[in-house]
Design a binder for this molecule. Sequence first.
Ligand SMILES: Cc1cc2nc3c(=O)[nH]c(=O)nc-3n(C[C@H](O)[C@H](O)[C@H](O)COP(=O)(O)OP(=O)(O)OC[C@H]3O[C@@H](n4cnc5c(N)ncnc54)[C@H](O)[C@@H]3O)c2cc1C
Ligand code: FES
Length: 249
Amino acid sequence: MYRVVKIEKIKDEAKGIKTFRFHDSHKVEPGQFYMIWLPGVDEFPMSVSYVHDLKGVTVKKIGKGTEKMHGMKEGDKLWIRGPYGHGFKVEKGKALVVGGGSGMATLAPLIEKLKDYEVIIAARNKEELLFTERFKDVKIATDDGSLGYHGFATELAEIMLEENTYDVIYTCGPEPMMAKMVEIAKKRGIKIQASLERFMKCGIGICDSCSINGYRVCVDGPVFSSPLLFEMDELGKEKRRPSGLKVKI
Ligand SMILES: Cc1cc2nc3c(=O)[nH]c(=O)nc-3n(C[C@H](O)[C@H](O)[C@H](O)COP(=O)(O)OP(=O)(O)OC[C@H]3O[C@@H](n4cnc5c(N)ncnc54)[C@H](O)[C@@H]3O)c2cc1C
Ligand code: FES
């Protein structure tokens, strides 16, 4: 089930975020993810940030597995399985794309498929902004005001939604940001798709560790759409630890 791939290229993208490129012949839809296994260390889900010939994952260093991956060199090997999950559905009309932090890794291949769109790229500060050069005419928001709009992506989104008409919102980022975007979309009666994150063990629908409101993020998602998102009362409020214990977010 695993395939061994050689890392062809590594690129520093932003503070603590690197992209790893490798060849994999499997077809990938924007929003799908690989399970990446580093033998003896960890296995974890990563969205596919480049879906064409030379695939890519864009990894934020946050714990033991991602730290080990950041120490890898071109020519080193990764064990991968997937791609898994349901990706984004391209809707007709004008889109507002709202990406926070490493959530832009998930949204980037979708943006490449959209024709009529505006993008907000947000991060805590300008050093952590991801893919600002990959797309033209992006709107930027930083929590500390070091670049672009001074404040949260959700605040800038509300300003843009006040001034323009959009048919659909796509979002990925920290869960409080996505929960707020879902609330905004519901209030304004706009369709929304969000790529959710939960702790994943199997990645293929067996263990239930990734459950949210009875749905398994690995197979029913990771991209969920409205109106289902409007009914998910665990979104932004509760998640499961690796043990399965439900905790407040
Ligand atoms: C569908 C999906 C797509 C993702 N895409 C990306 C991406 O494109 N780029 C990116 O930087 N990160 C992405 N993540 C998050 C990424 O999986 C975690 O950052 C990674 O697992 C951390 O591993 P670690 O060993 O470094 O951290 P650890 O030290 O093991 O844990 C640190 C934290 O990372 C999270 N985490 C750890 N293991 C898992 C796991 N198996 N499943 C889910 N979360 C975990 C938990 O919140 C945990 O508290 C995605 C997660 C999901 C569910
Ligand atoms: S990770 Fe096992 S069911 Fe989703």
